[in-house]
Each structure stands twice: as structure tokens, then as C-alpha cells.
Design a protein around this ligand. Structure first.
Ligand code: CU
Length: 196
């Protein structure tokens, strides 16, 4: 074997390694298995409060947000009728009616025991395909307005989370969804109405 061949094989092996590492890192979102931030049960409970300017209306499964606020979003609650749910202020996949110009600081926590989830804001509504994370024009072209890190399921009392701050500065209809394969397709989404 000559030097060029060895260099070629080493190059190919290196590229394969990079691909595997990248795929694993992407799949894990924030680098899930490399020490992502997490909340404990008591930290999680202390976050689940209603700010002034936020009105929860369970009767019509709607949350009205009139001023900038924190909002806890729990993905994959085990007590929901469907595993494809986000729980916000005790409601599953509620509609968010947000006043134009309001900034919402979402804390997205995965409370599922056995599935990855994320929370993405999009201009595209349902129906969603199995691979809702892929646009027909390629990755990232599906109307997503925020990034799509995946959070691993809870384990050993660790609830993995990320913070997402978004200012709704355009009136209209938007959506939040989980882009893990099959989740939005099966109903893991909710509507956002931005009012003037
Ligand atoms: Cu999901």
C-alpha cells in the first residue's frame, strides 16, 4: 500500500467519523448527552405560575397574552389524552392569543419519560407530514421562525429544557409544533394568533 492510499483511507474514515458525530450531535439537539441544562422537579413546579397579563381560559382552551411574560411549556405530559401534547398552564395544545409586539420567554421542558420533543414556531399550519422538520425545498424552508433543538426524555429526576425568547411583531396566524418525526403529524401542535 502506498502513502496516497493510506492517506485516502484515513481521509475517508475521518469524514465518516465526522458525519456520525454530526448526526449524533444534531439528533441530540443541545448536545443532549453532553450535559444539557435540566430542571429538578421542585424547580419545575416553581416555574408553573401565571404572570399578570396572561389569562388562561380553559373553557375555550385558549391563553390570552397581553403583555410580555414568561411561559412554561411542558412537552409530552404523561397525563394527557395523547402523548403528542404540549401542556401550558394546565391545558393541552392550547391556542395562544398574543398581542402584537409582546415578547414571550418560553421555557420548554421535556417531561416525557420516553420520547424526544422540541418546540418550534412556524408560519405553516397543519396538516404536517411525518417529517415535519423537512421542507419540500430542503431543510429549514418549512416556515420555521425559531430553531429546532431536540430535548431528551426526563431521566433520574432531570427535566431537560431550553429557553426561547420570541417577540411577536407581526399580526397573523402562526403555529407551534414538535418536529420530531411523526409528532406534529399526530397532533403535537397548537395555534398562535397575533392580534393588533
Ligand atoms: Cu414531540
Amino acid at each position: 500500500m502506498n502513502g496516497y492510499k493510506i492517506a485516502g483511507i484515513a481521509g475517508v474514515l475521518f469524514l465518516v467519523g465526522v458525519l456520525i458525530f454530526s448526526a449524533a450531535y444534531y439528533y441530540n439537539g443541545n448536545g443532549a448527552h453532553y450535559g444539557p441544562p435540566y430542571l429538578t422537579q421542585s424547580q419545575l413546579e416553581s416555574l408553573n405560575v401565571t404572570d399578570s397579563g396572561v389569562q388562561a381560559s380553559p373553557a375555550d382552551s385558549t391563553i390570552y397574552i397581553n403583555s410580555s411574560t414568561d411561559l412554561l411549556v411542558m412537552a409530552g405530559p404523561m397525563n394527557a389524552p395523547s402523548m403528542y401534547s404540549f401542556e401550558i398552564l394546565g391545558m393541552f395544545n392550547p391556542t395562544l392569543v398574543i398581542r402584537d409586539g409582546v415578547t414571550v420567554h418560553f421555557t420548554v421542558v421535556n417531561i416525557d419519560t420516553d420520547s424526544y420533543h422540541n418546540f418550534v414556531i412556524s408560519s405553516r399550519g397543519p396538516p404536517y407530514p411525518y417529517m415535519s422538520g423537512m421542507g419540500s425545498m430542503g431543510f429549514g424552508s418549512y416556515g420555521f421562525m425559531t430553531s429546532m433543538n431536540f430535548l431528551p426524555p426526563q431521566s433520574s429526576g432531570h427535566f431537560y429544557y431550553y429557553n426561547l425568547t420570541y417577540t411577536f411583531s407581526q399580526p397573523g396566524t402562526f403555529w407551534y409544533l414538535c418536529t420530531y418525526p411523526g409528532h406534529a403529524e399526530n397532533g403535537m401542535y397548537g395555534k398562535i394568533t397575533v392580534d393588533q
